[in-house]
Design a binder for this molecule. Structure first.
Ligand SMILES: [Zn+2]
Length: 105
């Protein structure tokens, strides 16, 4: 059984800092690939052939801003490898849109 000093020391180690983050700080955090098991990250998901993936329910929207955030099931990014895998192996062929876009970034 640990003494009081040891328990206090253990409690200090367990303490977690909590603070509010600005939108700019949050947006600048690295993004991780949403593929299960993938550890790829990027600070610039809009570059380097990464893909954004948004899955939402409800009516199809022509304008992104029309989508109700409460209807968004997943809002994430995929690394080039997994965007390609998704496109080539899991999605119905729609003309290779992810493959075509991936080479242009
Ligand atoms: Zn990945």
């Amino acid at each position: 059984m640990s003494n009081r000093h040891e328990r206090r020391r253990a409690a200090k180690v367990m303490r977690v800092e909590q603070r509010t983050m600005s939108v700019e700080e949050f947006a600048s955090l690295p993004s991780g690939c949403a593929w299960a098991g993938c550890t790829a990250t990027t600070a610039e998901p809009h570059k380097h052939s990464w893909s954004n993936m948004l899955i939402y329910r409800g009516r199809p929207a022509l304008d992104f801003l029309e989508i109700d955030p409460r209807q968004m099931a997943r809002d994430c990014v995929l690394c080039p490898e997994h965007a390609r895998y998704l496109d080539e192996n899991l999605l119905v062929e729609i003309g290779g849109r992810l493959r075509n876009v991936a080479g242009n970034a």
